[in-house]
Design a protein around this ligand. Structure first.
Ligand code: SF4
Length: 305
């Protein structure tokens, strides 16, 4: 399977553990997939080849653009600047409402996209393009940036040498070792999704939101600029109690000055199968804004309206 992939996309995964002769564990994100020889992890980007785990998306960049930093959204980090933004294929979450599914959950699969991809962008060329386009920084985004972890470290090192900032737009599900490396190599800012309460995130994303809260706190404690986004999906996470709890936790655990972006979801990907057929009505966004403010958050923004 690995033989038909551009060799430049393949790098040994930095964090992994051998379980036995046939199974190794990927320690890039908190899914911590145990992957049998010849098989692929949950996100579709990591493969067990002869007992070692390899990423197959290093520098595989099907999407790139120069974006205002506000588009991430990062509103209070270098406003008015532009970030050279890249993303790859795959995702470690299963959200049926995915707003960017063409990259995160492509059809056919991530590995099929990677096999036919000719979109190699070296870290050096990424930085060259950023400078040529007068960007002040980089952003790894579009799909989950943790899946480009090894690539990010090389990009960040070069960005720092060229006085550029580095940002991530993430579901915040990376392991602590990955966080430490990202910080050490120069991650300056991150927007993290808090998708809902623990039940909703477990049922619909297949993950543990407590790990995301833990990571958001860890980034803040290490002086990384953090902003939070909650995509509002009608009847899934628009309840008064859910919004109040998210806002209250941000205030109590992260700080009242941490910006919260409440953004409007549109029916995408598998939304129709779940009865989500119309964009979330604006009244839910305005109500959520008032709730978050009432809970004591200083900076709350609405998005996609
Ligand atoms: S990065 Fe992918 S393979 Fe690794 S643990 Fe996460 S979902 Fe599994």
């Amino acid at each position: 399977m690995i033989e038909s992939i551009d060799k430049r996309f393949i790098r040994k995964g930095k964090y992994q553990k051998k379980c036995n002769k046939k199974v190794s564990q990927c320690l890039t994100c908190e899914r911590k997939c145990k992957i049998k020889e010849g098989e692929i992890g949950h996100c579709g980007t990591r493969i067990n080849y002869e007992g070692d785990i390899y990423t197959i998306v290093y520098g595989c960049i099907p999407a790139e653009s120069c974006n205002p930093i506000e588009k991430k959204p990062l509103y209070t980090f270098h406003p008015g600047t532009t970030a050279f933004t890249v993303g790859t294929y795959g995702c470690n979450f299963d959200c049926f409402w995915c707003q960017n599914w063409h990259l995160s959950h492509p059809n056919p699969s991530t590995i099929e996209q990677v096999k036919k991809s000719k979109d190699y962008l070296s870290p050096e060329n990424l930085i060259r393009k950023a400078i040529r386009n007068n960007c002040e920084g980089t952003s790894i985004s579009f799909n989950e940036p943790t899946l480009l972890f090894e690539y990010s470290l090389d990009v960040f090192d070069l960005a720092k040498k060229n006085d550029l900032y580095n940002t991530y737009v993430s579901n915040g599900y990376m392991t602590k070792k990955v966080i430490n490396d990202l910080i050490e190599h120069g991650l300056d800012a991150i927007n993290i999704d808090i998708k809902g309460d623990s039940e909703m995130v477990r049922n619909y994303c297949g993950t543990d939101v407590e790990k995301v809260w833990r990571n958001a706190k860890c980034f803040i404690e290490n002086d990384v600029h953090v902003e939070i986004t909650t995509l509002l999906i009608k009847d899934l996470n628009t309840d008064v109690e859910i919004i109040a709890n998210i806002a209250n936790r941000i205030k109590e655990q992260l700080g009242a000055s941490i910006p919260l972006h409440l953004t409007r979801a549109f029916p995408r990907y598998k939304s129709k199968n779940h009865g989500f057929t119309e964009p979330t009505p604006l009244k839910y966004l305005y109500r959520a804004l008032l709730i978050a403010k009432k809970e004591g958050l200083e900076t709350v923004y609405l998005g996609n309206i």
